[in-house]
Design a protein around this ligand. Structure first.
Ligand code: SF4
Length: 583
């Protein structure tokens, strides 16, 4: 592409032919207002605030809108002359006379010395730039927005067709005056779990500190996968990383040892209807609260209710799904301490009262009991009694809090109702739903709760029944970060030990198939608990992999042809041992 050189505010710049003047101005780092410009839509000057003074050839200067004016060789441009300021002031006054006070135009009025803007409408902050409608038509392809006639008491000139709107939020995102809000579009306030990356949450990071920490697209939320439009993310990605036709791929990798560190999953609090999770506003899971607390999270670390206000009081309910005959009988071990941490953070960041509802507090680690004492000193209300129910507060108690937590205070032996604004449910850690499938693939075991089972709880706590497969972290049972790190280190050391040695010592005892007697019935193949027996298609007989065999004897006992023998455990050897014992 050929290039052109021009002068902007006395500075020469060379850009591609066809570049719009506004882009060249920005490339030099010069700021001029252009609120109705959106980089992924073709420029259409609606606000006329981006005007500049241009000299081309020998004629007089002219005023042009820079957002849609192509650069020309030898052009001389001024962005900040008297005539430019006057043109911008006139454009701004035109906008002000059509709409209601709003932050964007108020700030521009200050910049352009308009002391007392003469606002033209009581309610409508729209500047009629049409960006929202064009984004919906041209980027999203939903064609859900149009203008309508407005009267003096109307609040918006934008008409939304609910049958076509897909709630993507693109219109709210591009609107320069914040005239459109998600609440207007959807008719409901934003839910806490909606507050993710981007207006429609189609691209998210799994969580902060995820490995690899890269965003991923959710096809079920993505406009492109829904109706084929948008593709903005692929245009803005400087590394050309986004390919919509990419498919999942499977790779075979040969390894000498495996460390299983698949972690846990969060118990779905919705399963316990009595707590109103997913039904009542401001009832959230501990993981959601943790995300909100994160400085890089959706609220910048501020603790806010769905209406954007700080809560006056917060209830933290322990043991949701743990220590419960109907769900998980075990204790999740980590929640007591993170619940106390939440109480500390709430007291530190807000003025809210905090109520902790617990069965009994399990502060068993180093420094944990001291931390518990500190929380008591901070004025947190600790109530011994499991939260039984969360219900909306009735009108008599609404002034104290929107929600009521009901419980039996077992220390004083009384039924209590505590009004609060927000409820945090400390949900159980549970084994991943796919743990059994992985256990089958790796030939290891899971317990009744679904956690992977170690070879021996004291002597081999990170090993499994399959040599070379080790366990690390919360896939084995609920555990906190220090325990997880310790177990991960132990599992890694065991794997390194194997790899450093470079060879595996096999047990002398293993099963052997006598080919001449094997009928190829394959009964033993399915019976071996260690998957050590395979079938040889060419020889039409089964064979044992000695490295995997544990000499359990299952196949020896099961073989109808008597074709399998355990080395060092032949019938003659066993009879000899018995005779030796009784001799
Ligand atoms: S750690 Fe505390 S809150 Fe969590 S299940 Fe055990 S007792 Fe309940």
């Amino acid at each position: 592409m050929s290039q052109v050189t021009l002068i902007i505010d006395e500075k020469p710049i060379t850009v591609d032919e066809g570049t719009f003047l506004y882009e060249a101005i920005r490339e030099l780092g010069i700021e001029i207002p252009a609120p109705c410009r959106y980089p992924f839509l073709a420029p259409r000057p609606a606000c006329r605030l981006c005007v500049c003074e241009v000299y081309e050839g020998k004629g007089p200067s002219k005023i042009v809108t820079s957002c849609n004016y192509p650069v020309k060789a030898g052009m001389v441009v001024h962005t900040d002359t008297q005539i430019v300021s006057e043109a911008r002031r006139t454009a701004l006054i035109n906008l002000i006379q059509r709409c209601a006070p709003n932050r964007l135009l108020a700030e521009l009025s200050v910049d352009l010395d308009i002391a007392q803007p003469d606002w033209g409408h009581k309610h409508v902050t729209c500047i009629f730039c049409k960006l929202c409608i064009r984004a919906c038509d041209e980027l999203v392809g939903a064609h859900a927005l149009s203008f309508k006639r407005i009267g003096p008491e109307d609040t918006t000139p934008i008409k939304i067709d609910p049958a076509k709107c897909i709630l993507c939020g693109a219109c709210a995102f591009v609107c320069p005056t914040e005239h459109i809000h998600m609440e207007d579009i959807e008719g409901r306030p934003l839910q806490h779990h909606d507050l993710r990356l981007g207006p429609n949450a189609a691209i998210t990071l799994s969580f902060r500190q995820a490995v690899p920490n890269v965003p991923r697209i959710h096809p079920e939320d993505c406009i492109h996968f829904e109706i084929g439009g948008c593709k903005v993310c692929s245009e803005v990605c400087p590394k050309d990383c986004i390919h919509y036709d990419q498919q999942d791929e499977f790779e075979d990798v040969e390894v000498g040892a495996i460390v299983v560190a698949t972690g846990f999953q969060d118990f779905g609090a919705g399963a316990m209807k009595q707590y109103g999770y997913g039904q009542l506003s401001n009832v959230m899971s501990a993981l959601e609260f943790e995300k909100m607390n994160n400085a890089a999270g959706p609220t910048g670390g501020r603790i806010l209710m769905e209406n954007g206000r700080e809560p006056r009081s917060i209830a933290i309910l322990h043991c949701i799904g743990s220590r419960d005959q109907n769900h998980h009988k075990y204790c999740s071990r980590v929640c007591c301490m993170y619940a106390l941490k939440f109480a500390h953070l709430v007291r530190e960041k807000t003025e809210a009262d905090v109520y902790e509802f617990y069965i009994d507090l399990r502060a068993y680690g180093k420094g944990y009991e001291e931390f518990y004492s500190r929380i008591l000193d901070e004025g947190v209300n600790i109530i011994r009694g499991k939260g039984a129910e969360v219900v909306p507060a009735d009108s008599a108690r609404k002034s104290e809090g929107d929600l009521l937590v009901r419980c039996e205070d077992t220390l004083v032996g009384k039924y209590r109702e505590v009004p609060v604004d927000m409820v945090i449910l400390c949900t159980a850690l549970e084994a991943r739903s796919d743990a059994k499938e992985l256990a089958r693939v790796l030939n290891i075991s899971t317990g009744a709760d679904g956690w992977f089972i170690e070879a021996h709880p004291k002597l081999a706590p990170v090993s499994t029944t399959t040599d070379g497969v080790f366990l690390a972290g919360a896939c084995q049972s609920p555990k906190d970060i220090p325990d997880t790190v310790a177990q991960g280190g132990a599992a890694a050391a065991q794997a390194m030990k194997l790899m450093n040695k470079g060879e595996v010592l096999m047990d002398a005892a293993y099963a052997e198939i006598m080919e001449q007697f094997c009928s190829g019935c394959r009964i033993c193949n399915g019976l071996c608990p260690y998957s050590a027996i395979s079938y040889d298609d060419q020889k039409r007989v089964s064979f044992v992999n000695p490295a995997m065999c544990k000499a359990c004897g299952t196949c020896v006992a099961a073989c109808p042809a008597g074709a399998i023998a355990a080395r060092h455990f032949s019938d003659d050897q066993i009879y000899a041992q018995i005779e030796g014992i009784f001799a």
